[in-house]
Design a protein around this ligand. Structure first.
Ligand SMILES: Nc1ncnc2c1ncn2[C@@H]1O[C@H](COP(=O)(O)OP(=O)(O)OP(=O)(O)O)[C@@H](O)[C@H]1O
Ligand SMILES: [Mg+2]
Length: 489
């Protein structure tokens, strides 16, 4: 007879001190010898612990007598085995003398980590220790539980490895006091459920901070759902955030999950939260206050458990003062305020970030990392970095495209100040033409101007999508142009 559950051989360690009972256990399972193997028998708890400490991976199950002469026994033994090999399942055999209605006793065994327990047959029954089909089925069930637990542990380990990968990728670099403090604050608030409001100028790393909060929190295995509140058209924002039911309005052919539902048990990252239109602000306030979302076209509310992390590069209380942002919502969001300082206020971070991006992007491009001169670093640290870390990253990329092996003063000046008379000076930007002896064709000067302007706009945008919009280009055309001008690979 073959059991449907497994083709493997279930390997058992039997802990039993009476030879008569050892024989009874063996006979109970003997019809299943192709699938159930009593691999070793030991007569006391200490020997069992010693054996399992060395060979825990050679057993699937332990069948143990509760009362053993000498050494560790009972619940202590169950606990010790579980500590050594948590996925080994334990079946306990107890004497008939144990009160069969004593649920507390049974409960204690299971609580200690046993899978099942049974009471031995009286000793005049020589062939079986217990009703054989019950006994054998329990062995198979215990084995199945072991397999499930192992699979669960394996996938948990995989998920944790992914979390570690996300954290490595989202490392918040910087040696400045401000960054050290910020990292400590992140650690501190990550483990709580508290709503966080991250503010700081554009490109300082707010999204990175939010990512770190989620992956350091105990929600790390759940979804992290970033929502760009400024990037969704006003009339779609509620259905994006909260979803709708089928038939809620013309065109709602199927129901749609809102992002808050997708993020259930995880974290929602409300980026550019100041851009939320007033009706969505009201609904968000309700979610925070009541933990419930109102789906369009549905009368009952849906309970969600989401942690909210919001970010803004605007000073939010000024938005409140100007009447553009609800005051009550502001206070609900601003529970743990985190401020990411501008890069110019922490110049000691510049060399660290610079070297890091140089290293990372050189590897990506398959080139040797250039060396940056001390003198160049001084200029880099004095530069005001209006686009913050994002700008620094862009500058590094531009520099690498120049393929210089040593980055000196002049290269850095060139790449920061933008030469040939094009200055990145905001509204007053001027273009000076090349000298009369070096005149360029219209096509060449066009390409130069395009490239420089594109870089300029990119450095003053928070995303490619935004840069494309500012330039009046459809995103695909924007990406093509970047490629043509050698700004993207
Ligand atoms: N401390 C840091 N260490 C490493 N990388 C950083 C750091 N700060 C920012 N970056 C990188 O700089 C870029 C911009 O960061 P991020 O998108 O988080 O900025 P932001 O504050 O959200 O900007 P915005 O307000 O424009 O949305 C990202 O590529 C990010 O990985
Ligand atoms: Mg951002």
């Amino acid at each position: 007879m073959k059991h449907v559950m497994t083709d493997a051989i279930i390997r058992i360690l039997l802990i039993e001190d009476e030879a008569f009972d050892v024989r009874r256990v063996q006979s109970t399972v003997k019809f299943f010898k192709d699938q159930i193997q009593i691999k070793e028998v030991v007569s006391n708890g200490d020997d069992a612990i010693e054996l399992l400490s060395a060979k825990w991976d050679q057993f699937d199950l332990v069948i143990m007598d509760l009362q053993l002469a000498g050494g560790v026994m009972g619940e202590a033994l169950i606990r010790a085995i579980k500590r050594i090999a948590p996925s080994i399942q334990i079946i306990v055999i107890t004497k008939m003398t144990v009160n069969i209605t004593d649920f507390d006793f049974a409960n204690r065994l299971l609580h200690a980590g046993a899978f099942w327990y049974c009471t031995k047959y009286p000793s005049d029954i020589e062939d079986y220790i217990y009703q054989p089909t019950d006994f054998v089925i329990s062995i198979f069930n215990a084995y199945e539980k072991r397999q499930l637990e192992r699979e669960q542990r394996r996938s948990e380990r995989r998920l944790l490895r992914n979390v570690q990968m996300m954290l490595d990728r989202a490392r918040l670099l910087g040696v400045s006091e401000q960054m050290q403090k910020l990292r400590a604050q992140i650690k501190q608030c990550a483990s709580t459920h508290a709503t966080v409001l991250i503010t700081g100028p554009s490109g300082t790393g707010k999204e990175l901070v939010a990512t770190n909060i989620h992956y350091e929190s105990n929600r790390k295995l759940e979804n992290f759902v970033p929502i760009n509140c400024g990037g969704i058209p006003d009339d779609l924002i509620e259905s994006e955030l909260f979803g709708y039911e089928k038939g809620a309005f013309t065109g709602a052919h199927a129901s749609k999950q809102g992002l808050f539902e997708v993020a259930n048990h995880g974290t929602v990252f409300l980026d550019e939260v100041s851009e939320l239109p007033p009706p969505a602000q009201v609904k968000l306030l309700r979610v925070i206050q009541e933990g419930e979302i109102e789906k369009i076209g549905r009368t009952e509310k849906i309970r969600v458990d989401v942690r909210i992390v919001a970010a803004s590069n605007k000073i939010l209380f000024q938005e409140v003062a100007a009447g553009r942002f609800r005051e009550d919502l502001y206070y609900r969001l601003n529970v743990v305020p985190l401020v990411v300082p501008a890069l110019k206020d922490r110049p000691s971070d510049v060399p660290v970030l610079w070297e890091h991006f140089m290293q990372e992007m050189s590897i990506d491009m398959g080139i040797q990392k250039p060396t940056t001169d001390e003198s160049a670093f001084r200029i880099l640290q004095d530069y005001p970095w209006p686009g913050n870390v994002r700008e620094l990253k862009n500058v590094v990329q531009r520099l690498l495209l120049m393929r210089e092996s040593i980055v000196g003063l002049d290269t850095v000046r060139e790449v920061l100040a933008i030469p040939t008379g094009l200055s990145a000076g905001g509204p007053g930007t001027t273009i000076t033409f090349p000298s009369a002896s070096e005149l360029l064709s219209l096509r060449e000067i066009e390409a130069t101007v395009r490239k420089k302007y594109l870089i300029y706009v990119r450095n003053h945008s928070t995303s490619d999508a935004e840069a494309a919009r500012k330039l009046g280009l459809a995103p695909p055309n924007y990406h093509r142009l970047c490629k043509e001008l050698g700004l993207k690979s």
